[in-house]
Design a protein around this ligand. Structure first.
Ligand SMILES: NC(=O)c1ccc[n+]([C@@H]2O[C@H](COP(=O)([O-])OP(=O)(O)OC[C@H]3O[C@@H](n4cnc5c(N)ncnc54)[C@H](OP(=O)(O)O)[C@@H]3O)[C@@H](O)[C@H]2O)c1
Length: 310
């Protein structure tokens, strides 16, 4: 029987690396995994882990693929010897943290290029063949930051909100083509993500006023606490990808954790946005005077969690 051909972007570390290993070492031996990396010079940890996991020969191959470059995406596609990709995983992504006005020139464009345009480029390269063949699965690494705004993550959230719109729109279209799109919505995950943020975390804070800088310190304390309490290991998250991949009729969204769902529901329940803004402000800046919270007309929603996702 033909193996399921999977191509994953962003496999130098984190979720992409772990998903590649998980599939390549699956006891069924039913997957052929193309783990793609922006820079093949960073493939060492993937192969080291593949050796220690005992991935069978031929189960894993690496390809260069930089989602910012359409030629690089096309070249990777051309090197898939099976001539088809059954499962495409759009995982490559980058974060940007800090006050909006402190972001370095080019940082915003760079994050949008990788997270949004890069996902579009990858889909443009692989989707037409899936449509022609009448089958295919697309898994996209989403974020709770794509479902709710998070302070000091405005551009990252903008990029992940865009990915939500992109995938939802495609999902509506693609049903009659036999192609399924699923977002794997992640909360905080212990990966290299925070080490690989675009630019200096927080940018050059001199560009921000004293009050914003103060709130940023508060945010960072909160964020560290959330990571300590709620961050998941990538191995746990990759199982959610497996659930989506194996579903006979895949859903549009799968959540790696339910912890932040009450906030997402609150956002939808009060369409004015007041309740969500107040609850999130309170959650993140609990040690600050909550002006927005005071201005909100509605009381906090019962059951709203005390913490916000990264
Ligand atoms: N960690 C979290 O808390 C979290 C939460 C929600 C969602 N996510 C999402 O999960 C995905 C994977 O992130 P991660 O947590 O596993 O972090 P990670 O370890 O930093 O992995 C990100 C991967 O994306 C790659 N990448 C960056 N720019 C690229 C480009 N231009 N072309 C191709 N690949 C590129 C990185 O490669 P290089 O090493 O070459 O830069 C790296 O392999 C991202 O989409 C992220 O937004 C993460």
């Amino acid at each position: 029987m033909d193996r399921t051909v999977v191509l994953i972007t962003g496999c130098s570390s984190g979720i992409g690396l772990h998903l590649a290993l998980r599939l390549a070492s699956d006891p069924s031996r039913s997957f052929k995994v193309y783990a793609t990396l922006r820079d093949l010079g960073t493939q060492g940890p993937l192969w080291e882990a593949a050796r220690s996991r005992g991935c069978p020969p031929g189960s894993l191959e690496t390809l260069q693929l930089d989602v910012r470059d359409a030629d690089s995406v096309a070249a990777a596609r051309a090197r898939v010897t099976e001539g088809r990709v059954d499962v495409l995983v759009c995982n490559a992504g980058r974060g940007l943290l800090g006050p909006l006005e402190a972001h370095a020139a080019g940082a915003v464009e760079s994050v949008l290029d990788v997270n949004v345009a890069g996902t579009v480029r990858t889909l443009q390269a692989f989707l037409p063949d899936m449509k022609r063949r009448g089958s295919g699965r697309i898994l996209v690494t989403g974020s709770m930051g794509g479902l709710m705004g998070l302070p000091f993550n405005a551009v990252y959230c903008a990029s992940k909100f865009a990915v939500e719109g992109l995938c939802e729109s495609l999902a509506v279209l693609l049903t009659p083509f036999g192609v399924h799109v699923s977002l794997i919505e992640c909360g905080p995950v212990r990966t290299a993500f925070l080490e690989k943020l675009e630019g200096v975390p927080g940018g050059v804070l001199d560009g921000a006023d004293a009050k914003t800088r103060h709130l940023f310190s508060s945010y960072r304390r909160h964020s560290e606490q959330i990571f300590r309490e709620a961050a998941q290991d990538p191995e746990e998250v990759t199982e959610v990808f497996l659930t989506a991949l194996r579903a006979p009729r895949p859903a549009l969204r799968y959540f790696s954790t339910e912890r932040f769902l009450p906030l997402a529901h609150l956002r939808l329940a009060d369409s004015s946005g007041r309740s969500y803004v107040a609850a999130m402000h309170r959650a993140v800046f609990a040690d600050q005077p909550a002006e927005e919270a005071a201005a909100a007309t509605r009381p906090p929603a019962p059951g709203a969690p005390p913490a916000a996702p990264q």
